[in-house]
Design a protein around this ligand. Structure first.
Ligand SMILES: C[S@@+](CC[C@H](N)C(=O)[O-])C[C@H]1O[C@@H](n2cnc3c(N)ncnc32)[C@H](O)[C@@H]1O
Length: 310
């Protein structure tokens, strides 16, 4: 009940007037909404539900982004691959605890939460307010199993306090974040993750290392090798618009360097295929048979890193 009133009071500013809502939403990292836009376009119902609930116009469309159709399909495929691969891994290992770090409003949390898994989303405060509100609005089992905790990735105490709410080993998911962080923040985040894994056991899964090659391979599967670097550059420019800042995309792109970086943080990495069996992707209904064939080939490549404490 208390949670209801606190959430209601905080969210009231978001829902009462469109002006207030716009102001509140501006405080939320815009990337949260952009990710939902791509997952929605892929056809993921839970992402569509989130977008409907927060009721904001989508950021990018054919009228304001050149090459929109190709950028949308590439990003939707890339996001759905990550989204589904992480869930498949959690199910395969039957992790009961999932720590979804900086994943924005998380349709994945709702799905895993509805399966009875305990999911904590670690996010910025404004995302947490919206996230908790969304869970109350459309959660089923997830009303009891999913919650959002506000802490910075670089906050050792905040991350550990949140992790301590789990009972047993934890599967931490981090995707699409570490590549954008400043070096010192990223370094602190991996130290914090190391402490959590050392104490609770489990692993971190991510596809952020060597992400540039992975994303380019996804674009190649859809549009061929010649178009892929352009699609990578266009996507980077689009996200730079969202962040209002330049993205340094050369960090942790070399596999050996990344392995050594992790080792320096007390972590070891194993690269595994995105999927062990062919995935059934929502986006397939938008692809040609040739594209599906190339996506199937991608799905067994070792883009997923499983990282554990040494
Ligand atoms: C690029 S999005 C990543 C979204 C998602 N993981 C994905 O795969 O696209 C970045 C998210 O991280 C959150 N974030 C950014 N910097 C953070 C920090 N230092 N601590 C906690 N969350 C952060 C933002 O609120 C945003 O929702």
């Amino acid at each position: 009940m208390k949670k209801f009133f606190v959430t209601f009071a905080l969210i009231a500013a978001v829902v009462l007037t469109s002006t207030a809502r716009a102001a509140e939403f501006e405080m939320v990292e815009y990337s949260a909404q952009v990710k939902l836009q791509w997952l929605s376009a892929a056809g993921i119902p839970e992402a569509q539900k989130f977008l409907k609930l927060i009721d904001r116009p989508v950021f990018f469309h054919a009228d304001n982004l050149a090459d929109f159709e190709r950028i949308q399909l590439t990003n939707s495929l890339y996001q759905e691959l990550n989204f589904t691969a992480a869930m498949d891994y959690v199910r395969e290992k039957n992790y009961r605890n999932v720590f979804d770090l900086a994943c924005s409003l998380s349709p994945r949390a709702m799905i895993l939460g509805d399966e009875g898994r305990r999911v904590i989303v670690g996010e910025l405060n404004t995302v947490c307010l919206l996230g908790d509100w969304c869970v109350d609005e459309f959660g089923k089992t997830s009303k009891q199993t999913v919650s959002y905790d506000a802490f910075w990735l670089q906050d050792a105490v905040g991350m550990m306090e949140s992790a301590n709410k789990f009972d047993g080993e934890i599967c931490i998911i981090e995707q699409g974040v570490s590549i954008y962080l400043a070096d010192d923040i990223r370094s602190q985040m991996f130290d914090n993750i190391h402490s959590v894994l050392k104490k609770h056991g489990g692993c971190l899964i991510t596809s952020d290392f060597c992400q540039k090659k992975y994303f380019t391979d996804v674009a190649t599967a859809l549009y061929g090798a010649e178009a892929a670097p352009t699609l990578y550059a266009e996507t980077k420019a689009m996200y730079e618009k969202v962040y209002g800042d330049k993205i340094a995309d050369d960090a942790l792109q070399d596999e050996q360097e990344a392995i050594e970086y992790l080792r320096a943080h007390g972590l070891r990495a194993e690269k595994i295929p995105l999927f062990r069996t062919l995935p059934k992707l929502y986006i397939n209904s938008k692809l040609t048979p040739e594209q599906i064939q190339r996506v199937n080939e991608l799905s067994v490549r070792t883009y997923l890193w499983v990282i554990t404490a040494i």
